[in-house]
Structures are given as structure tokens and as C-alpha cells.
Design a protein around this ligand. Sequence first.
Ligand code: SF4
Ligand code: SF4
Length: 70
Amino acid sequence: MGDMPIIDEAKCQRCGLCVSICVCGALVMEDNAVKVIQVENCGWCTMCELVCPNGAISCPFEIVVETTRD
Ligand code: SF4
Ligand code: SF4
């Protein structure tokens, strides 16, 4: 189990954008707060971080693209 997005509830305005952008179903709006569920579903795409207008989500992982040369 790896890292998961971190949601700062103090900054979150409950707009729901992150939930709708998450193609993996890793985020839900529950009890008027965004929760990360199904961490194993998270594809680490960082779209939730990008889409949040309030900077409430930070993804503590980076996408590292490795290229190999023949
Ligand atoms: S990083 Fe991508 S897959 Fe993971 S919670 Fe955010 S939007 Fe969903
Ligand atoms: S996009 Fe940001 S402000 Fe909107 S619900 Fe998600 S964490 Fe909260």
C-alpha cells in the first residue's frame, strides 16, 4: 500500500470536482467531506490535485517516467 492523496479539510470547499475527476473511484464525498477510499484504486494520476481550485489536495507521490535506451 503506497501513499495516497492528502486532503486538507480546512481548505476544501466541498465543490466535488476532485470526486468527479477521479476516474478510479478512489475519492468520495461523504458526510460533507471528501474522503479517500480504496487507496488501491488510486492510479496516482494527480488529477485531483490539479483540479482542486483551493489547493486542498496534495499528492505525496510523483509520476516518474523511466525511459530505457536499447
Ligand atoms: S491521484 Fe488520481 S486516481 Fe488517485 S485519488 Fe487523485 S484523481 Fe483519483
Ligand atoms: S476539488 Fe478541492 S475543494 Fe473541491 S471537493 Fe475536492 S478537495 Fe474539496
